[in-house]
Design a protein around this ligand. Structure first.
Ligand SMILES: *Cc1c(COP(=O)(O)O)cnc(C)c1O
Length: 370
């Protein structure tokens, strides 16, 4: 028998993982069905405890998705109309959308061209008397510079909300991402580092006060059954997803290690090419939700990969500061030059825990041809 040469490589493949979890998850599903408790039940409570312990924060509150985790965090910090929140424009839209949804104004800072994360010096320059919070994104799984961000926040009395949607399990210094800010926000959308088979989200915090407010907000602002003193949300996690997340959390370190191994295979093979591979944190751990390179002929590379059926994604083609919805904020091309440049140079290559070295080899062969 001869090995078939690899043709296409998917951007992401979750089927093998599902097969390995099927038996345990299905047996949980049958218990859940028999129990009749489908939402905010024992699996959700257990997952909240296990996730808080993993992240190293005192509390974790499960919610319906990552966007809600951000929205509820901002609401719990009483951020709303008239307030400004400084964030990165080089992220998925939900980051800024959450700020706008609570009625506050997103203020976009420029990013660092090596880490793709928000540049603390640019953050500092954007602080005004209306600034209430900094919302750093740990983009692609790479932790933002939390020491610098927290020191700016302390200096100006600002809250810090971490968008860790792409970075569950990433570490900054000795601490896990999500344990550094007033709250840490996570998404369990299937493509994230820790993904469920539907929608899910989580907020971590070590403040009792914020925790109490979040518990209320996720359940229609109810202080007791049929008793409401503010408008909240229907943002709850269900047992079906929580049971799966508990299974995945138990073997999660193996998944991150597998991602790091794939990233190393890429690093070695791409080292001598005329492109930039992702930087790692000096003290911490990249979770490699995405493996994103910079290439001056990004569009040609993209076309070549597409032609050979290799998955890829343009994360991100346009800074959020230049999206139509934010026209009224008045940003122009050139205002945030690093973001504008990286939007033309970045390309995310396939990465998932079950990816083989031969698949990485095939992707790198094609990259080398450009
Ligand atoms: C995915 C993502 C979100 C939103 O999470 P959902 O679960 O899809 O609502 C927020 N921020 C970032 C950076 C993300 O990648």
């Amino acid at each position: 028998m001869t090995d078939q040469p690899i043709q296409g490589v998917p951007y992401l493949s979750l089927q093998a993982e599902f097969e390995s979890l099927r038996e345990e998850w299905f047996s949980n599903l049958s218990d859940i069905g028999a129990s009749g408790a489908f939402i905010l039940g024992p699996n959700v409570r257990a997952f909240e405890e296990e996730a808080a312990e993993y992240v190293g924060s005192r509390h974790a509150i499960a919610v319906a998705n990552g966007t809600d985790a951000l929205v509820l965090s901002l609401r719990a910090l009483d951020i709303g109309p008239g307030d400004e929140v400084i964030t990165s424009p080089f992220t998925f839209f939900a980051t800024a959308e959450a700020i706008s949804m609570v009625g506050a104004t997103p203020v976009f800072a420029d990013i660092d061209e090596a880490s793709f994360n928000i540049d603390p010096e640019s953050v500092r320059a954007k602080v005004t008397p209306n600034t209430r919070a900094i919302l750093p994104v740990h983009i692609f799984g790479n932790p933002a510079d939390m020491t610098a961000i927290k020191s700016i926040a302390e200096e100006h009395g600002l809250s810090v909300v971490e968008d860790g949607a792409q970075a569950f399990g990433a570490r900054y210094g000795a601490g896990v991402v999500g344990s550094h800010g007033d709250t840490g926000c996570f998404s369990f959308y299937p493509t994230k580092v820790l993904g469920c088979y539907g929608d899910g989200g989580l907020i971590t915090t070590s403040s009792d006060e914020i925790k109490a407010r979040l518990l209320k907000l996720r359940n229609h602002g109810a202080t007791a059954p049929f008793t409401h003193d503010e408008l909240g949300y229907n943002s709850r996690l269900d047992e079906v997803q929580a049971a799966l997340l508990r299974i995945k959390l138990r073997k999660f370190e193996e998944d991150v290690e597998a991602r790091l191994r794939v990233a190393c295979w890429y690093d070695e093979r791409l080292a001598d090419l005329d492109l930039a591979t992702p930087v790692r944190p000096g003290d911490g751990r990249h979770a490699f939700n995405l493996y994103t390179i910079r290439h001056l002929r990004r569009d040609a590379l993209r076309a070549h990969l597409n032609e050979h059926k290799v998955g890829n994604s343009q994360c991100y083609p346009l800074g959020l500061h230049l999206q139509d919805i934010y026209k009224s904020l008045g940003y122009k091309p050139g205002d945030l030059p690093v973001v504008d440049r990286l939007c033309n140079e970045t390309l995310s290559l396939p990465i998932f825990p079950a990816m083989s070295e031969a698949q990485v080899e095939r992707v790198c062969q094609l990259v080398a041809e450009i």
